[in-house]
Ligand binder design. Structure first.
Ligand SMILES: Nc1ncnc2c1ncn2[C@@H]1O[C@H](COP(=O)(O)OP(=O)(O)OP(=O)(O)O)[C@@H](O)[C@H]1O
Ligand SMILES: [Mg+2]
Length: 319
């Protein structure tokens, strides 16, 4: 099993959109035992974009924001610090048949209207689960030090996720964690728990230079956390092949990363990692489907966007 954090502290570069679509794509592929991959998405961002995309805004707003009947990742953190309780699958998997968790369960409701799908029953995504995020995670993030002080001898501030989610590892083939655009505790916990980091970036001037800053920052955290990081992929998102600047920026970034690696400035972090030359383009179809609460897997198999996603997901499945 593999755990990937999707990380970039630059906001709005397409991290969440890429993650949710890769999750759906992986859930549609078979694991080494010939079964559909079992996927857990962990929403580590209090903005809850991945949760809203997956569950639908109304469902998220009612069950998580108002009624609070589904615990957020932040609730799990707080409960563990106060009472030592681990996360149990029944706390985030809803049993009722029309529940959107297993995610994209709205499938059965929208039925035949999906784009390009003749047999929607084939795509139930019952193998795709979510630990959602909520607004209360802002308070948990800010108050984590205080919470921990009330429990001397407890976990380190960056190792809580690892402690509470480790028992779930045997249930999944992939755990994908959506990080917020900052480096506070939820991000630190996510990267500490992960096997590898995935860096989505927009190939413009600021975002490209931000990737190099991020590498150096991660290098510092390797020392602070006494852990070696591994970058699985650096993936351009939200780009357009017709814009020559984007192509140029992707090439420049590739050169800079190779240089950092060669001069051993970032250690072995990039060993085996790669800069995806195509990534995921800026596509109106992705936005359209996102608005319906649907993944880009609804697109036809020969659609350019779907081919890009399949290529990225295949890379994730390589050993
Ligand atoms: N490949 C894409 N094609 C078209 N639109 C996209 C694509 N990726 C993301 N978007 C749009 O760009 C906006 C930002 O995307 P998203 O929320 O995924 O970015 P993010 O990096 O996760 O943001 P944040 O840093 O706030 O978490 C959203 O409106 C989303 O619909
Ligand atoms: Mg996001």
């Amino acid at each position: 099993m593999k755990i990937y954090s999707f990380l970039n502290y630059k906001g709005g570069v397409g991290k969440t959109t890429l993650l949710v679509n890769i999750a759906a794509c992986l859930a549609n592929k078979l694991n080494s035992k010939g079964q559909p991959n079992r996927i857990l998405v962990v929403d580590s961002d209090s903005q809850a974009s991945a949760s809203k995309y997956i569950l639908g805004i109304e469902y998220w707003d009612f069950f998580i924001n108002k009624e609070k009947s589904l615990p957020t990742l932040g609730d799990h953190f707080a409960e563990y610090i106060r009472e030592g309780t681990m996360v149990k699958p029944e706390s985030y998997i809803r049993p009722e048949p029309d529940s959107p968790n297993p995610i994209f369960g709205y499938l059965t409701r929208f039925g035949k209207e999906w784009i390009g799908r003749k047999n929607p029953e084939q795509f139930q995504w019952t193998n795709l689960h979510l630990i959602p995020a909520g607004l209360n995670m802002i308070d948990v993030d800010m108050g984590l030090q205080d919470l921990l002080q009330s429990n001397p001898g407890g976990p380190k501030p960056f190792s809580i996720m690892s402690e509470i989610l480790s028992p779930l590892k045997s249930l999944y083939d992939y755990i994908l964690i959506d990080c917020p655009p900052n480096f506070f505790y939820f991000t630190q916990n996510s990267i500490y728990f992960s096997d590898s980091i995935v860096i989505p970036f927009k190939p413009d001037l600021l975002s490209t230079s931000g990737v190099l800053d991020l590498m150096l920052l991660l290098k510092n955290y390797e020392i602070k956390m006494n852990k070696k990081f591994h970058i699985k992929a650096v993936i351009p998102t939200l780009h357009d092949n017709r814009v020559s600047l984007y192509k140029q920026k992707i090439e420049e970034l590739g050169g800079s990363l190779r240089e950092l690696h060669k001069r051993k400035i970032i250690g072995d972090m990039l060993k085996g990692g790669f800069l995806h030359s195509i990534g995921l383009q800026n596509a109106a179809s992705i936005q359209y489907l996102q608005n319906l609460g649907r993944p880009a897997m609804d697109l036809k198999t020969n659609d350019k966007v779907r081919i890009q996603l399949e290529a990225i997901a295949s890379h994730f499945m390589e050993k």
